[in-house]
Structures are given as structure tokens and as C-alpha cells.
Design a protein around this ligand. Sequence first.
Ligand code: NAD
Length: 273
Amino acid sequence: MTQALAHAPRASADTETWARTGPLTGKRALVTGGASGIGAAVARSLAERGAHVVVADIDGAGAAALADELGGSSWTVDLLDTASLTDDILAEAVDGVDILVNNAGIQRINPIQDFDPVDFRRIITLMLEAPFLLIRAALPKMYENGFGRIINITSVHGIRASPFKSAYVSAKHGLEGLSKVTALEGGEHGVTSNCVSPGYVRTPLVEKQLAEQAAVHGIPEAEVLSRIMLTESAIKRLVEPEEVASLVAWLASEDAAMVTGSSYTMDGGWSAR
Ligand code: NAD
């Protein structure tokens, strides 16, 4: 498993379109799980606003392709393989990173009595320990520069529980706590730390679930959404990855300098009930 940083070639004719100036010009961002879904939308959104983006993912080909398109860099990394995430590797990965987006995540669904402890540990490692290691590695330079933005993608399950998702709910609740501690420690150094906690987002994973449920129940997908998946939501549609990404981009900007230790739900009102 390679943990090496692969710097994608910068600026071809295509990538020039992404070399934009904007509120994040001159900033370097690292997005974990950046090859797909929410992470890819976040990477695009930060690049559109002028940031140089490092796309970090276990899917090295996907990360490199997106990094190439955005004129950024890629890092092929298995964030579950924490033994190889040495201080040196991590320091190189986060070198000069002003904006760290902890996004990579996986899901397992099973009642607690049937939940494989190996799966439980994997989810906690990927979604809590790896963010801790990256934050720990990124903070010294951020403190030195007097600027840093940590943005953790949690979930409505970081604030409310759901049966059969013991590991996911535990990891997301833990990450919400870690984010607040980071905010308290980083405030005087110009570092903010916040969570974005979406409801169901239209990513390949959720679209597959939607199609499966529509087939099982023999009803249109729109009905699956309103009657099954989004019963508790006020706005009966999926969140788009770009909507999450635009909130992340705002949190990364100077405009959000006084926002820290917060968690922003984007769930169409689901958690208001
Ligand atoms: P996704 O499956 O589309 O993307 C996840 C990315 O993480 C993939 O590119 C995958 O390769 C990468 N990844 C997985 N394991 C990895 C590992 N060991 N090391 C490095 N990278 C790894 O998922 P998504 O729906 O975009 O979810 C992204 C984040 O948003 C997750 O943390 C998820 O919990 C959270 N979230 C998603 C939803 C939703 O409805 N989709 C809702 C709330 C929160």
C-alpha cells in the first residue's frame, strides 16, 4: 500500500481553467476521500475559489485524475493503515496545508450483537483516529502561520443516533467532540475547526440505495425519498454534494474567521424535528 505523495503535473491547457483567483487564492487544501462524492465536490469548490488542492484517497487513480483536472496534487493513501502513517509521512502530506477537510468515510449496518468488532475498529480508525492524526500533524504549521481551517464532515448521525449504525454514530459523535477541542486549542492561533453534518447526500452510494429500495418496494424513487428515506426531513429531496461543498468553502474563507467549534447541519430540516 503506497503512502507516497504523488504530485500531479500542474497546469496543462485544461487545468488552466482551474487556476482561478478567488477568496482562497494562495491557500493549500487537503481533502481526504476526495476522489468521490462529497469529497470530490469539495475539492472542486475549493479549487474554483483559487486553492491548490491535494486530493487524498485510497483510490489513487481517481484522486490523480481529479487532481490533474484541478491543477492540484494527489496523495494515494489508505487511512486505515495507521501504522504506516508515521510522523514523517504525515508531516510531508500536510506540509503547508492551510485547509484540512476530513471527509473519508465508510458505513456498516448491523445490530450491535452481530456487529463485527473488526468492522467497528475500522470505522473508528478511518473516521476518528485518522482525522486526529491529520489534525495533529497539520496544527504546528498552522499555528506558525497564524491561519488554519479544519473542516470535518460528520453527519446528522454525529448529533442524533440511529439503530444498527453503532460504529458510524460513535465515530461521528467522536469527531464532533474532537472538532470542538481543536477549536478551543486553536482559537488563539488563528485556527478554526468546524463540522458540516449532512443528511442524505446524492452520492453514488446513496443513489444505489435509492434504486435498490425503489425496486424492493416497486415504487418510484421520488416516493422512496418522501415516504421512506426522508420521512423526518422537511424538504423531501437529497442534499446535493455541491451544496455541502459550498458550505465547506465558506467555512474555509476569511469570512468565517469568527466561526469555530460549531457544527452546521445541512439536512433539509431532518434534525429539527
Ligand atoms: P463516497 O463513498 O462517495 O466517498 C468516500 C471516499 O472515501 C471515496 O473516494 C473512498 O475511496 C474514500 N475512502 C474510503 N476508505 C478510505 C481509506 N481507507 N483511505 C482513504 N480514502 C478512503 O462517500 P460520500 O457519500 O461522499 O461520503 C463522504 C463523507 O460524508 C463520509 O464521511 C460520510 O460519512 C459523510 N456523509 C455522507 C452522507 C451521504 O448521504 N452520502 C451523509 C452524511 C455524511
